[in-house]
Design a protein around this ligand. Structure first.
Ligand code: RB5
Length: 376
């Protein structure tokens, strides 16, 4: 019987890079398709959670049929991947664990440790893992029990992190079908500026819902046509939208559609050609910015430099609670932003593969500012 051809997402840190490249070649020779989620650079020490998360998300979102993750021991990658809902990542060291991880656990991510598993064995494990089917029957019942636990735990953990202000920053990929559909329009180079503007505003409206899910509410009394009742309204000072110029402007109206009373601030930054550091050239913020919840908007989180500087600026002005809304992010930008601002969560429609040598997100959508304003 001919071997099933699969689309496989690959991810590795610097320790796993070389093995990832070998496995990629091996998979392509076998006729499989691959999605390389990075890292692309063996010589730079990187953090395995960045690549593990991106790869696991590609599998969880059905962009890939399965995934393969590699770090030095395989341990860190297993931990990361198994945090993602729907992932069953299995660290395999030999033929038997590779086979059983498929037969009994319906593994959808194979994890390998490049420093503990010799190359030949790693390829044999990969082959066995790819060609072994799930046994169903009693094993399906057990895997379904894992799924049930996962559903329960995910609900609990997202509730508790809402109230905990000290939780380190998280990235939420908002992959609702409407958002994904509109994102495809934005990526298409043949989309006109007008359609691009409309789709970006619409996605921004949709991103607001998850980003504002933790706003505080207070009880208010209203009289319905039937009777008086107690209900809920937003409490205290409301929101500010702060756009990073110029592409951030393309997100503001979409957010104002659902939060019409939000105040709007603007921060303009350019990159100093000598130091390559972002420099503020314009900043106009609402006077009471320190009392508002802030939606910082910047469609492309590429290196993360501009968004991070904008957040620095807001914090200097006394901002206490900021959320970053972006359309597309590169793993490099997410890592940089979280390192500088672990207290700020990121809401993004998709995480792309990597940055190219010109600092553009790949596959991305080009320069969002040029596409919005037709300046290219
Ligand atoms: C990197 O040195 C190493 O810590 C990483 O590849 C992995 O083994 C972590 O679990």
């Amino acid at each position: 019987m001919e071997e099933e051809k699969l689309k496989i997402a690959l991810g590795a840190d610097h320790a796993g890079f070389a093995l990832k490249e070998t496995i990629k070649t091996y998979l392509l020779e076998k006729g499989h398709e691959t999605i390389d989620c990075g890292t692309m650079n063996e010589n730079m020490s990187t953090d395995y959670p960045d690549w593990g998360f991106k790869t696991a998300m590609a599998v969880a979102n059905n962009e890939a049929d399965r995934g393969i993750l590699i770090c030095g021991t395989g341990i860190g990658m297993s931990m990361v991947a198994n945090k993602v809902k729907g992932i069953r990542a299995t660290l395999c060291h030999d033929h038997y664990t590779a086979q059983m991880s498929r037969k009994h656990n319906n593994s959808n991510i194979l994890v390998l440790g490049s420093r503990v598993t010799p190359l030949d064995l790693a390829l044999e494990i990969t082959e066995i893992w790819l060609t072994t089917d799930f046994d169903y029957g009693k094993h399906e019942i057990r895997v379904e029990k894992i799924n049930k636990l996962e559903r329960e735990c995910h609900t609990e953990s997202s509730m508790s992190s809402c109230s905990c202000k000290t939780t380190p920053g998280k990235t939420f990929v908002v992959d609702h079908p409407l958002i994904q559909h509109k994102l495809s329009l934005l990526r298409d180079k043949n989309t006109s500026s007008k359609d691009f503007r409309d789709a970006l505003q619409e996605i921004s409206t949709l991103l607001v819902f998850p980003a504002t899910k933790n706003l505080s509410l207070e009880k208010v009394e209203v009289e319905t046509p039937i009777e008086k009742t107690e209900t809920l309204a937003l409490s205290g000072k409301k929101l500010a939208i702060v756009a990073v110029l110029r592409a951030g402007l393309g997100m503001v109206d979409g957010i104002l559609r659902v939060i019409p009373n939000a105040k709007v601030g603007h921060i303009g930054l350019y990159r100093d050609p000598e130091t390559l550091q972002p420099v503020d050239y314009y900043c106009k913020l609402p006077g009471d910015i320190s009392e508002r919840d802030i939606l910082l908007v910047d469609p492309m989180l590429a290196t993360g430099g501009s968004a991070s500087s904008a957040a620095d600026h807001l914090k200097k002005e006394g901002a206490k609670r900021i959320m970053l809304l972006s359309l597309l992010a590169a793993p490099e930008g997410i890592a940089h932003f979280h390192e500088k601002h672990p207290d700020i969560d990121i809401y993004v429609a998709a995480i792309d593969s990597h940055l190219n040598k010109n600092g553009y997100i790949v596959p991305g959508l080009g320069d969002a500012g040029d596409r919005l304003f037709g300046t290219k």
